[in-house]
Design a protein around this ligand. Structure first.
Ligand code: HEM
Length: 370
């Protein structure tokens, strides 16, 4: 897999930023929080750091550019019974997706970003819509995937792409189709207090990010010489390659952050990818912090997650337990298989980060390997 450390673009700029105070990534910003105290303040003080962009409209949770959106919904955490249902759905659907691939394309490697789509979509949908029949769940899941796909070019566009009208229209059509099926599905959900628009946001965030995280997890596992303990594998994946590697806020007034003065109306980033490489947050000595080492979590001495892979404050991830549950279930499957990458994995930075392509083969390990 390509090393994140050698990636260019915004990722490279964040990793090579000075590690003191709030770092200006360019003259006049954006700024970057470079330690945990700064990051916590940015995420947990909405009076000074507002949530930018409109997730309902763009679905972009990975560094939107622009307008503020005061009054944004605060989502309730996914409750434990919904997490359990979502994880059970994932396990069933992952087994089914593998079997389907083996039956229809036995000679072709698995494509992680493709293979994970339906299992994750159905898992998150079954968690968010507890009363949905399998048929409704699958239909909603497919509509969310279509909307996520249509959002891709909108989010990735630094400038209006050629044929912007068509890009926008496709995004709007897929969003409206999703909201229509959700309106009907939500009629049967007396205990779910979400509008179709809010449910669409929740589902898109809860499907796109775990697909990328799961694919990174498989890529990391394929590079390990021996089976890896599943929970530690999930944390190492979210430390080295957190899909939501950059989150943004906009200053509502002039603020002082880490001794740096930032004017009003400027973008400030928090990067779990940067924080996950700080030796005060991660055990194992400063030397190997860019290496995947699941063993670093096994003595229980340091709390995993201090680098905020699920954010913090009022907009912290409401689906973190489901996200972790999916990753741990996937890592448990991975521990029972010998995985091999079929191609060099590239790190796509167009929408958060994702491993694209991430092709692999899998063979069951023999009992004595485990
Ligand atoms: C491994 C999986 C996941 C990771 C790494 C992840 C990461 C994150 C992060 C970092 C944020 C905060 C963004 C910010 O502060 O700007 C976030 C927000 C969010 N996540 Fe997750 N997430 C995951 C899974 C899920 C799942 C399964 C769901 C739904 C069931 C979900 C729903 C959301 C929503 C709705 C938000 C927006 C919260 C708000 O704006 O108030 N996520 N996620």
């Amino acid at each position: 897999m390509d090393r994140v450390e050698s990636a260019g673009g915004q990722l490279g700029a964040v990793l090579s930023a000075p590690r003191s105070g709030a770092a200006a990534l360019a003259p006049g910003g954006p700024w970057l929080a470079t330690d945990l105290a700064q990051a916590r303040r940015v995420l947990a003080d909405p009076e000074a750091f507002d949530f930018p962009g409109n997730v309902n409209r763009t679905g972009d949770l990975s560094g939107s550019r622009g307008e503020t959106r005061s009054g944004h919904t605060v989502f309730a955490p996914v409750p434990p019974d919904a997490v359990a249902r979502g994880v059970a759905t994932f396990e069933r659907e992952w087994t089914a997706a593998l079997a389907d691939h083996r039956r229809t394309r036995p000679d072709v490697p698995y494509d992680a970003m493709l293979l994970l789509r339906r299992p994750v979509a159905r898992s998150t949908t079954s968690a968010v819509l507890p009363s949905a029949s399998d048929e409704t769940r699958n239909r909603v899941g497919d509509h969310v995937l279509a909307w996520i796909d249509a959002l891709g070019p909108v989010i990735a566009a630094h400038r209006r792409p050629w044929r912007w009208g068509r890009v926008r229209r496709t995004e709007r059509d897929t969003r409206i189709a999703l909201e229509d099926v959700l309106e009907e599905a939500l009629d049967a959900e007396p205990d779910v207090d979400l509008s179709p628009q809010q449910a669409a946001t929740m589902l898109a965030a809860g499907i796109q990010v775990p697909i990328a995280a799961g694919a990174f997890l498989l890529a990391w596992l394929a590079q390990q010489p021996a089976p890896v303990e599943p929970t530690s594998a999930a944390w190492e994946t979210l430390r080295l390659t957190p899909p939501t590697w950059l989150t943004a806020r906009v200053t509502t007034r002039e603020v002082e952050l880490g001794g740096t003065t930032i004017p009003q109306g400027r973008v400030v980033f928090v990067s779990p990818l940067l924080l996950g490489r700080l030796s005060d947050l991660v055990p194992g000595g400063p030397g190997g912090l860019d290496q995947f080492d699941a063993g670093r979590w096994q003595d229980g001495g340091r709390r995993p997650g201090a680098w905020l892979p699920f954010g913090a404050g009022p907009h912290a991830c409401p689906g973190r337990n489901l996200g972790m549950g999916i990753l741990v279930a996937l890592a448990a499957w991975g521990a029972k298989h010998e995985l091999q990458l079929s191609k060099t994995v590239r790190i796509d930075q167009s929408r958060g980060i994702s491993p694209t392509p991430c092709w692999f083969t899998a063979a069951p390990r023999s009992e004595h390997d485990l």
